[in-house]
Design a protein around this ligand. Structure first.
Ligand SMILES: *[C@@H]1O[C@H](CO)[C@@H](O)[C@H](O)[C@H]1NC(C)=O
Ligand SMILES: *[C@@H]1O[C@H](CO)[C@@H](O)[C@H](O)[C@H]1NC(C)=O
Ligand SMILES: *[C@@H]1O[C@H](CO)[C@@H](O)[C@H](O)[C@H]1NC(C)=O
Ligand SMILES: *[C@@H]1O[C@H](CO)[C@@H](O)[C@H](O)[C@H]1NC(C)=O
Ligand SMILES: *[C@@H]1O[C@H](CO)[C@@H](O)[C@H](O)[C@H]1NC(C)=O
Ligand SMILES: *[C@@H]1O[C@H](CO)[C@@H](O)[C@H](O)[C@H]1NC(C)=O
Length: 271
């Protein structure tokens, strides 16, 4: 069985800005009246103003991908750093987080409005669109220093200019096996080495038997995997999808296959 969801806790998020208005005293005449026009933050470490309550997704009771939007209060430029409390993963791949930056909410999507890799030629880009992190199991401070955590995988693009920062659980396929996305979705092209695909499973979220070997939705696992997934992830859909698919393939004589492997070929594997 493969676990599903990574639990990640972020404690502190801060931005190291290059300059700050507090450093600016009076001008050569000792005049300070113009200080009110200074728009840059007055400290070199800028803390976010808050998290936009209206834009939190990922109610634990449903299967939305958890995401938040962090608001720094005004446009800022700098290097984001985050103190992570902990993360857990019970199969290969640390929990993945993705980030996108924008100056306005209106255009905040899963890709940054501008990121420094945009200006690099193909082949030299560190990222395309979003920044990525593999969140360590132990408490750690992560800093967006324009580098990759594993060779050329799990990369972030360094300095950004923005007001809003969207953070969500997720991983690029190209970052496997170092990070894992939120949830396991059955896709024949990714998860089916043993002929287990049926149209009724495609795109459904399931519990897999055999993280590497079968990757097969299998009824035998549910006795334990379902219970643990209720406890850890509160995601009943994962359990429901398996028996629903198996009963969809009930034979004329009443027999219900125990696993999706070769289900459409009268279950040669599990006769
Ligand atoms: C810095 O700016 C914040 C908000 O704009 C303000 O509350 C705070 O008093 C300022 N601190 C200093 C030292 O000027
Ligand atoms: C979590 O993922 C990391 C990185 O892939 C891996 O080294 C570690 O063994 C995984 N933990 C478990 C319990 O599988
Ligand atoms: C946040 O939610 C509000 C209200 O639904 C919406 O107007 C705004 O565009 C959202 N912002 C983002 C960044 O999604
Ligand atoms: C964008 O992120 C949201 C989670 O905030 C996710 O539901 C959606 O699938 C993502 N879209 C793309 C194209 O990656
Ligand atoms: C970037 O940060 C990581 C930790 O997040 C660290 O291991 C790495 O050495 C840093 N690289 C540079 C060039 O500072
Ligand atoms: C597999 O198919 C799904 C759904 O069409 C698609 O989103 C995904 O990118 C495909 N994966 C690969 C490795 O081609």
């Amino acid at each position: 069985m493969t676990p599903i969801i990574a639990k990640t806790s972020i404690t502190i998020l801060a931005l190291g800005a290059g300059c700050s208005a507090a450093a600016v005293k009076g001008d050569i005449y000792g005049e300070r009246t113009w200080h009110k026009y200074v728009r840059s933050p007055n400290t070199s470490i800028v803390k976010p103003k808050g998290i936009l309550a209206a834009n939190i997704t990922g109610n634990p009771d449903d299967l939305d991908i958890p995401s938040i939007v962090v608001d720094f209060g005004q446009n800022v430029v700098g290097v984001v750093s985050i103190d992570f409390g902990q993360s857990t993963n019970s199969s290969q791949g640390l929990p993945g987080l993705k980030f996108a930056f924008r100056e306005t909410q209106q255009f905040l999507t899963n890709t940054s409005d501008f990121t420094r890799s945009d200006n690099l030629p193909d082949g030299q880009k560190i990222i395309t669109g979003s920044d990525q992190i593999a969140v360590a199991n132990e408490p750690a401070t992560w800093k967006n220093n324009a580098s990759c955590q594993y060779g050329e995988q799990v990369c972030s693009d360094g300095l950004h200019g923005f007001r809003y920062m969207k953070i969500w659980l997720g991983a690029l396929e190209s970052d496997a096996p170092y990070t894992q996305p939120y949830g396991d979705t059955f896709f024949a092209n990714e998860t089916d080495p043993q002929d287990s695909a049926t149209p009724t499973l495609e795109g459904k979220r399931v519990i897999f038997d055999g993280a590497k070997r079968n990757r097969d939705p299998y009824v035998g696992d549910l006795a334990i995997a379902s219970l643990t997934s209720y406890l850890s992830h509160n995601a009943p859909e994962l359990t429901r999808n398996i028996p629903v698919d198996l009963t969809n393939h009930q034979r004329e004589d009443g027999w219900i296959p125990p696993a999706s492997i070769k289900i459409t070929k009268k279950s040669v594997h599990h006769p």
